[in-house]
Ligand binder design. Sequence first.
Ligand code: SF4
Length: 701
Amino acid sequence: MEKEVKTTCPYCGVGCGVIATVDDNGAVAVRGDADHPANFGRLCSKGSALAETLDLDGRLLHPEIDGCQAGWDEALDLVAARFAETIAEHGPDSVAFYVSGQLLTEDYYVANKLMKGFVGSANIDTNSRLCMSSSVAGHRRAFGSDTVPGTYEDLELADLVVLTGSNLAWCHPVLYQRLAAAKAKRPGLKIVLIDPRRTMTADIADLHLAIRPDADVALFVGLFSHLVSSNAVDQNYVAAHTAGFGDTLLAAGGVSFDDVLERTGLPAMQLREFYRLFSTTEKVVTCYSQGVNQSSSGTDKVNAILNCHLATGRIGRPGMGPFSLTGQPNAMGGREVGGLANMLAAHMAIEDAGDRDRVQRFWRSPKIAEKPGLKAVDLFRAVADGRVKALWIMATNPVVSMPDADAVEAAIRACPFVVVSDILKETDTARHAHVLLPSLGWGEKSGTVTNSERRISRQRAFLAAPGEARADWWQLAEVGRRLGHTDAFAYEAPAAIFREHAALSAFENAGSRDFDIGAYADLALEDYDGLTPFQWPQRQGQKRAESRFFAAGNFYHADGRGRFVAVRPAETDRTNADYPFTLNTGRIRDQWHTMTRTGKSARLSAHIAEPFAELHPRDAMEIGVGNADLIEIESPEGKAFVRALITERQARGSIFAPMHWNDQFAAKARIDVLVPPITDRLSGQPASKNIAVAARKFKAT
Ligand code: SF4
């Protein structure tokens, strides 16, 4: 008999609801879930092709030790023993977990609890560090909490949507579909795209500002000044609910309109039009994504945007607010459980002694990490220089996706003990593992994820576990038990973990924090199974909570006020005579991350079959490159070889290349080998979009 299961797409942060149908022969079909509030039945190309990526080709079906099949007990005993030995000999900070926004919240919760509460180190970081950590840092500076104030519906209710550093059409396609449909219905809805490239998203934009890379701080500081000079500031909101306006105004005074023109490279008419639109439109939403976050000034960019919304009081009201778009399906869930090295759990702060004490008592743990751990780039540096001697990587492929990827590969190869939990046997990272643990994939695992608008949805299993594959939370809990923490990791099902996570979110602080889902602390198993998508907060005793934040202030700083942050534009040009081009790395419509799953679908690969780099026609002419020629791109960190795609979408002097291809799909096409390990000083997020490179036609020697 045919079976239908409601679940959630495992790709981007839009978090679309999917209905999976399994027929009597085990064939799977997927369609959009019309009842899911993220997508109302829509799916993009990647979501529609999910059924094509479920075969067992290349799957890791059994644990392996040094390349030989092993039993679970043998493998887990070894992992626990090597971690215990390393901790005993070199201390808790000599071990680390590097996890992923692909993990379900329940997996993330157990990983974080084990590392921070029982190992006693905060060395657990995630590939979400590469995706949205600058937004987290910006939110915490401005709001006192990591809170996305609005909802997807705000994009449809707005009269002006500003998309900055976001190729919404390709990277959050269903949200793009919703925005395009809203504009088709209501042509008065204006869209401004801020992006150095003319992407597909420009097709629905009324104004495209082809800004210089990383000039966003200057653009929004200039906007702040314009809001003041054009009397667009909401004086009542600023006086009643914020602090720091004066200092921010003073800092903005040092950036003139001419400075903004020079730094952004924009025509004066376009800049004036953007400022006019923003200052005269009440219902404004500003969406930002990797073009803002993946920068050495990512946190300042976020705060420059937030300053403009705080100044106008356009926050947390229908059709108004800043909106951070998360890249990964569960980047937000990871933040909720403290899956970043500088966070604790339930949005509590690792630097706060009261929070540490609260979490430790709740977990009944023998110790608690007392300081932030190593963020992704520093974590792999510590692996390279031997400070980290045992590393557990889950559901991610850092040999392809980390900056300075060759150095990361060398570090992993030299690490004395590496555990990789994955669904595939031969990823670029898995091949360096001493112990390989087979994990459940999408359709096999069960738990929750949270999307960009704070909506928690279930991922449900509809396929049997292949071979001996087991859930990531189970693997972590088994190691926790083997390290002697039997009671703390006695979970039998993800529902128990979810309940504990919900109870922690309300423990001794009900009502005082943004992330609170205490209403689910006593959820029965059948109710967990039937959980329908909901947005947090959902506090105990008041299950239907507000869906937006900060319209009436109530920020999470001690005085309840939101903070303006006085940011200043920094120098952004990194090019020099040896490396005269600016490389911008990014994503394409039909692939996800390092292609380990989307690469299985011929239909998806047919969209763009080969790794490429976009160049402006005049740049191509100057370096003697024709369309589809093989080119060599070089930075001080490494080299990659891809096809040239010559297009006027690309600004002069800059190159765009997607980061998806790994060495299994195309030799020497890993773009992240070119990315230097430069990070934002506050968030630790790598700067993957403004890289000085050289480019030349490839000549075989
Ligand atoms: Fe999946 Fe994102 Fe596409 Fe929705 S928009 S179907 S979540 S990839």
